[in-house]
Design a protein around this ligand. Structure first.
Ligand code: PEP
Ligand code: MN
Length: 337
């Protein structure tokens, strides 16, 4: 109630609370269960704010509906399991309550989309996706769950009308980095934010390190720069149009060059076949990584980015050369075309 009171009037549209908490290891706080439903109803009544809970079992859905919960969300640990998602979707057939689907713990856009579709097929009219990052053995760049932005971007490309919300609390696992990730989500055209809040963050019974006080949340929201996809500013539009045309023609050149490079790879494949050589030569690949990486740096380009790009290009070259090696019988001496 203290949190709900502090949040009322700062522009929060939905009040989240974990009544049942999926915990990674046993023995941690697993939520207050059904008793907490009453508290949520009280917060909803008192502060006129719609409320949402995580559901992971059909009984959770039954209880949530019985207690007038406005929106449901499905956690990352549930989205990974199509059987369980289908059970939840079946329990929602014909109900029409909005559902938010967190990404699965692994960076699999099909699995995420599939869970969303199961709810849609069960008749849910309003479904949103929540990006909460992806877990790994060594979380990179100090995140609790690696954001891997191309995954939600791909989901939005496939489903442009779908609302995509970002959960910087579970991405960062760190209250001091929430503002930075929230801003990034706004700059990447996300439709909303889910942020965990606690009046005494360090005393929170779950995920204490990522809780912000309502006051801190207020500041985060006030400092957010919310940008638009489109502008009415004519001079900005003209400038953008000009730059986009330049970019379109550069991209055409890049694709033409990649095609020429692939032609060379195929010719090399023929030579390798004739000489009974392997398609992949580790020494040559090391040389490519080194020289392309160095060249990238002379243009202030990130070495990692160019090497990643070359990994993709090289992989495609090898694939083409393997086809050549497979489709032809071993060479007879001197059979160079
Ligand atoms: C949560 O939102 O509290 C939660 C358990 O998150 P996730 O499903 O993203 O791990
Ligand atoms: Mn949490």
């Amino acid at each position: 109630m203290e949190t709900a009171a502090a949040l009322s009037g700062i522009g929060v549209h939905l009040f989240r609370a974990g009544v049942w908490k999926p915990r990674t290891r046993p023995g941690s706080f697993e939520g207050n269960g059904i008793e907490a439903m009453e508290w949520l109803q009280e917060a909803k009544r008192e502060y006129k704010i719609p409320v949402t809970v995580e559901v992971a079992e059909p009984e959770h859905i039954e209880q949530a509906l019985k207690h007038n919960i406005d929106v449901l969300w499905v956690g990352a640990r549930t989205t990974v399991n199509p059987f369980q998602v289908q059970h939840l979707a079946d329990a929602l057939k014909g109900v029409g309550i909005p559902v938010m689907v967190k990404n699965p713990v692994n960076a699999d856009v099909d699995l995420w989309q599939g869970a969303i579709e199961r709810f849609e097929q069960a008749g849910a009219k309003e479904v949103a996706a929540i990006h909460r990052g992806f877990s790994g053995y060594t979380p990179a760049a100090g995140y609790r769950n690696q954001p891997n932005w191309p995954v939600p971007i791909e989901l939005k490309r496939r489903r442009p009308e779908l609302a995509v919300i970002c959960d910087p609390s579970h991405i960062t696992g760190n209250r001091n980095r929430i503002a930075e990730v929230a801003q990034k989500a706004m700059d990447m055209h996300f439709d909303g934010l889910m942020i965990e809040t606690h009046p005494h963050p360090d005393e929170a019974w779950s995920d204490a390190a990522q809780q912000v006080t309502p006051q801190m949340l207020r500041e985060i929201l006030l400092n957010l720069v919310v940008r638009e996809e489109f502008t009415q500013d004519m001079s900005g539009l003209v400038q953008l149009e000009y730059l986009r045309q330049l970019m379109d023609s550069l991209d055409a050149e890049i694709i033409d060059l990649v095609a020429k490079r692939m032609e060379l790879s195929e010719q090399m494949g023929e030579v390798k076949r004739a000489c009974n050589m392997t398609a992949f030569q580790p020494g040559r690949w090391r040389e490519i990584v080194e020289t392309r990486g160095e060249r990238a740096e002379t243009h202030q380009l990130s070495k990692e980015f160019i090497i990643e790009l070359y990994e993709k290009i090289h992989h495609e070259s090898i694939r083409k050369q393997l086809l050549i090696l497979e489709n032809n019988k071993p060479a007879v001496n001197g059979d160079i075309i």
